[in-house]
Design a protein around this ligand. Structure first.
Ligand code: ZN
Length: 335
């Protein structure tokens, strides 16, 4: 009996959460019958996303009224920056950590998280890795009794407040192959790719997915890729953001996570020019001026986005109520 009441109560609470969640019209019927405080919160941001300024790596903080989620944890050497940024954001507990793939610039901060913060659950692509950092944090998860789940195409995480994260990649087939001992891994192209949705707003999180993963995403999900904001794949590298992929995603804003003066030359000037629809770019390697591949849709309209980079703009904050969104940067403006 108690269980039944629990289920019914859960359903009522879920319905209430959906009603009060993203895209609910401010001052609408659900808020009108509530208290003034409830009305106020229904008009406030339902979702805050911070692309943290953590040097050369990724760490994206996703917060709803109910949950705090961190997508990737930047590199081992950048842990002081990660701690500073999490402290600035007032983070004490991280309900979910999503690790896109086991490269150091994405999982390097796990030791810090597990030592200094309360961590609820960990999600990754479910594939084993021989990386020392990976083996280390897996041991730590076991010792602390923290659950680790694998994400694959079709899995949906409820982040509360009507916000969801829907995994689009890896495919079930790749997830199965990749979990088989002896499989030859291509970690970037095994990155968890997923769409964060809040009402009419969406952001595509790509990890370090490159052209190979982009092609597979286009084949499986061409109609689902369109997003308000794109996290530039692989730190703005020329190995990602292919013309066909950008044509499908067609974001209004692109966010790039990269370190100042990084050794990789991220973001690549060709890719930056492609986002900005600039016809030419200067190749840093040979100093030559080259033509940019301009992205156009079937109507012949040219793709052009606003671009923010953590190396130039510091931490970039996106807030949305599910209808409109705002991007603010610690320094400078969008390109
Ligand atoms: Zn990376």
């Amino acid at each position: 009996m108690r269980k039944k009441i629990g289920i019914i109560l859960g359903l009522v609470m879920l319905t209430a959460a959906v009603l009060a969640g993203c895209g609910a019209a401010p001052g609408g019927s659900s808020a009108a019958s509530s208290t003034a405080a409830a009305v106020e919160s229904s008009q406030a941001a339902k979702l805050t996303i911070k692309m943290l300024n953590v040097g050369q790596g990724d760490a994206i903080l996703v917060q709803t009224a109910e949950q705090t989620v961190l997508v990737d944890t930047s590199d081992v050497d950048e842990r002081d920056k990660l701690k500073r940024e999490l402290d600035k954001a007032g983070v004490k507990r991280i309900d979910k950590v999503i690790l896109t793939h086991p490269h150091a610039d994405h999982i390097g901060g796990m030791a810090l998280l597990l030592k200094e913060y309360e961590v609820g659950e960990v999600y990754d692509n479910g594939m084993p890795s021989t990386s020392k950092i990976y083996i280390g944090y897996m041991k730590e998860l076991k010792a602390k009794g923290i659950k680790r789940h694998a994400l694959k195409d079709g899995d949906v995480l409820d982040l509360g407040n009507g916000v969801s994260f829907k995994a689009l990649y890896p495919s079930a087939e790749l997830a199965k192959e990749g979990a088989t001992p002896g499989y030859k891994h291509d970690p970037n192209n095994e990155s968890v790719v997923g769409k964060l949705t809040c009402g009419a707003f969406s952001m595509l999180l790509t990890g370090d997915a490159e052209k190979d993963a982009e092609e597979k995403l286009l084949a499986a999900h061409s109609a689902d890729l369109r997003s308000t904001i794109l996290k530039s794949g692989h730190h703005g590298s020329a190995t990602a953001s292919s013309v066909h992929f950008l044509k499908a995603v067609w974001p209004e804003t692109v966010l790039i996570s990269c370190g100042q003066g990084n050794d990789y030359g991220h973001p690549h000037p060709d890719i930056l020019a492609r986002y900005l629809a600039e016809p030419k770019f200067t190749d840093r390697r040979d100093g030559k001026t080259k033509k940019t591949k301009i992205v156009k849709n079937d109507k012949g309209e040219v793709f052009k986005a606003k671009v923010y980079e953590t190396d130039k703009n510091g931490t970039i904050t996106v807030t949305t109520d599910g209808n409109s969104y705002e991007v603010t940067a610690e320094q400078g403006a969008a390109q």
